[in-house]
Write a protein that binds this ligand. Structure first.
Ligand code: RUQ
Ligand code: CUA
Length: 719
């Protein structure tokens, strides 16, 4: 694309400085007032959080009893899931069912009416409260219940900056949210797979083309945001995130916090896990979840045996698909080893069933270890089939490429439907969480290449709790695993797990309730070789009664823990209600991200329109091109006249050089809305098919004369 440094940049800058001087007073007053407002809001918030923490801890304490594991041991996973489903169902009717969770296992189930169930729950809750509480409850009271921890060391005063950026996925909103940590203040949202009006994403030509080339869907389902790394540490360049809904991978440019590419992945219906080859982000991987015919063009519709699921390797620079590997069974999550050779993906449905019952029948599923250099060798040797224009390598168990001493995929059998997998910071182990099994499986990464039977690479299998989903690290040898059914974050020592017997709970050093039913959790810089080890967020799917009720759709609950003090243990600091629904997050130290303050001329894709360069040009009978600028408090033209039926293209630059002076151009009834950061240039084309007067206006409140910042679009009727 062309680069056009603004020839009159200096002049524009001078004008701007003068203008800034004039408006300092008004702006200053506004800022002070705004800061005050924020302060007040935060104080109120702190109190609210403290109160919420109090209430919930008290309610939660009732569920704790020492007999949990014994009861759990005597029951099948199906019973536990049934109980768990009932917990959730009871919540919908207004009961705090979690309070009755474990003890309720002794009660007759399912045939209970709602009233009976509520009574039973309350009674059991009261009993276990009397029977004495575990030290966990005592800890909670000490650390979490007061406002002290909530507003103490980990607070961020108004006007101060957070230590970390948290990048949270937004699930089926299709976006990424940027949150400051530890304040948990939401700083920005980055539209990825959806149009979004505040940032004009999907409204200007460039972002519309990204969405269009990415398949033209109106939404996506973001799960796994991963920030690019160099030498196993964040380099702040890009963030990659999957779209589970439409099988895509997107890239966000972290200079502008803006989505700059979407790849529509062929042969893969649900791109779920997303992560990369380390140490230097050589490849981005999309882990295919749903099995479909390949290509999915109407063949083999009713022949599930012919369906397949693939791992997709994408070049991070070009965002082109390099190759895919077909495997047996469904895949789920993934993570890359630290040294570039191995990539790990969990999976369920090794049964290759198509109903829930069929998918969960087997007691074993697999962690697949992909040997990336060996796959490249196969691709280069032409040992693939081209499907939908992509080389697809056969990595199924029966494949000839999996015979011999350098198989491309090693299948490590682990208990029942492992879900999350993540590699320890030192690169020694890949740890998979059991989901339908109470254990985590510790796989020795180096051993994978050496053992004859992949099973022999399993070196630990500690018992964590019910429903382990995801594991994060603090860099001090601890793993933190969420347990969805038990609603806990469990801290354990992974070297101790290697020493201990399989099934032992001994490696567990701490556990803490979360509220409620956590999916992912993430610790600061957990995905790098050197996690910071201070903060951890548990992304809880249910908030139940933690917040003011807002109708039948509840917010979810992102809970922040301080994990920096191993003696004090896990310390709950904050609840943050969260719009559905963050799945995963990456936490990056602020020094590793360098966002632009204004647009950089070196990055222009469109010719910048400086003051004095504005023009209205009629190209032919029905085409008009307008080049204009915006600044406080006007557009280049106070009015623009076109004819009914004209195709009108507007290219517009925000000529401000002052950061945070954002303008936009919105045209009522024409569905036009471009956001313009300082020095940015955007373009839009529309057909002027409705005669009349249309006041183009600026939608960003940019200055005292913001309301006056308008331009009349006159569409003259055809005679
Ligand atoms: S997944 S809650 Cu989409 Cu990462 Cu596990
Ligand atoms: Cu420019 Cu409001």
């Amino acid at each position: 694309m062309t680069t056009d440094p603004n020839p009159s940049d200096e002049r524009t800058a001078r004008t701007d400085e003068q203008r800034d001087e004039q408006s300092t007073d008004a702006n200053g007053a506004g800022a002070a007032e705004a800061a005050n407002g924020v302060g007040a809001a935060e104080a109120a918030d702190g109190a609210g959080a403290a109160e919420a923490a109090n209430g919930a801890e008290a309610a939660d304490g009732a569920e704790r009893s020492d007999d949990g594991p014994e009861i759990v041991d005597g029951r099948t996973i199906e019973h536990l899931l049934t109980d768990h489903e009932r917990d959730i169902a009871a919540t919908a009717e207004g009961t705090d069912a979690t309070a009755a969770k474990r003890p309720s296992l002794d009660l007759p189930r399912l045939e209970l009416g709602r009233r009976d169930f509520m009574k039973a729950g309350a009674a059991v809750g009261a009993m276990s409260g009397l029977a004495g509480c575990t030290s966990i409850l005592a800890d909670d009271e000490g650390d979490d219940s007061g406002g002290a921890a909530a507003s103490g060391d980990h607070s961020v005063a108004p006007g101060e900056h957070d230590e970390y950026y948290g990048f949270l996925s937004g699930g089926h909103t299709g976006e990424i949210r940027v949150v400051g940590i530890p304040s948990m203040r939401e700083l920005m949202r980055i539209p990825v797979f959806q149009t979004e009006s505040a940032r004009g994403f999907g409204h200007d030509a460039k972002s519309s083309a990204i969405l269009e080339e990415g398949g033209g869907y109106t939404w996506g389902d973001t799960h796994h945001p991963r920030v690019s790394q160099t030498d196993n540490d964040y380099d702040g360049r890009w963030l990659f995130v999957n779209d589970k809904a439409n099988g895509r991978m997107a890239r966000v440019d972290l200079k502008y916090f803006e989505t700059d590419a979407i790849t529509n992945v062929p042969n893969s219906q649900a791109v779920h896990g997303a992560c990369m080859q380390l140490p230097d982000t050589q490849l981005v991987f999309g882990v295919g979840e749903f099995r479909v015919p390949m290509p999915n063009d109407g063949r083999d519709v009713d022949d599930p045996d012919a369906y397949g699921s693939v791992l997709t390797a994408i070049d991070p620079e070009t965002m082109d698909v390099e190759w895919q590997v077909e495997v047996d069974g469904n895949m789920d999550n993934g993570d890359g080893g630290k040294e570039g050779r191995w990539f790990f993906a969990t999976g369920y449905n090794s049964e290759e069933g198509v109903t829930e019952g069929e998918m969960a029948r087997s007691d074993r599923d697999y962690v697949k270890a992909f040997d990336i250099p060996a796959i490249w060798d196969a691709v280069e040797a032409g040992e693939y089939e081209e499907i939908s224009g992509v080389p697809v390598v056969d990595g199924t168990m029966e494949s000839s490429l999996n015979e011999g001493d350098r198989p491309i995929v090693r299948y490590v059998a682990t208990p029942k439907s492992p879900h999350g997998v993540s590699v320890t910071p030192n690169g020694d182990y890949a740890i998979a969480s059991g989901k339908l099994d109470p254990s985590c499986t510790v796989i020795d990464v180096e051993a994978i290449a050496e053992v004859d039977d992949p099973q022999d690479a399993i070196v630990g299998q500690p018992r964590i709790g019910m429903g382990p989903l995801h594991t994060a690290y603090d860099g001090r040898g601890h793993a933190y695993t969420t347990t969805f059914i038990d609603s806990e974050v469990v801290k354990w020592d992974y070297e101790a797990a290697v020493e201990a017997e399989a099934g032992s709970e001994e490696p567990v050093v701490d556990r803490h309730d979360v509220h409620y039913n956590p999916g992912h959790l993430i610790a600061s810089e957990s995905y790098t070789a050197s996690p910071q080890g201070d903060y951890l967020i548990s992304l809880n799917k249910l908030s139940k009664d933690r917040f003011l009720p807002v109708g039948p759709i509840h917010p979810e609950n992102d809970q922040l823990f301080h994990i920096g003090d191993d003696d004090a243990g896990l310390e709950l600091i904050k609840d943050k209600p969260s719009y559905p629904e963050p799945h995963d997050a990456s936490i990056v130290h602020k020094d590793k991200i360098e966002p632009a303050k204004t647009w950089d001329p070196a990055d222009y894709e469109l010719d910048y329109v400086a003051e004095g360069e504005e023009s209205i040009e009629r190209i032919d009978d029905s085409t008009v091109e307008i080049e204009m600028w915006a600044r406080r408090n006007q557009y280049a033209f106070p009015d623009v006249t076109v004819q009914e039926g004209d195709e009108v293209t507007i290219r517009i630059s925000n000529v401000e050089t002052t950061s945070d002076v954002i303008h936009s151009i919105a045209i009522p009834e024409y569905d036009v809305n471009l956001a313009l950061a300082p020095q940015d240039t955007r373009e839009v084309t529309f057909t002027a098919d409705q005669p009349g007067v249309y006041w183009a206006y600026c939608a960003y409140f940019c200055s005292a004369l913001h309301l006056e910042m308008r331009s009349r679009i006159l569409v003259e009727p055809q005679d």
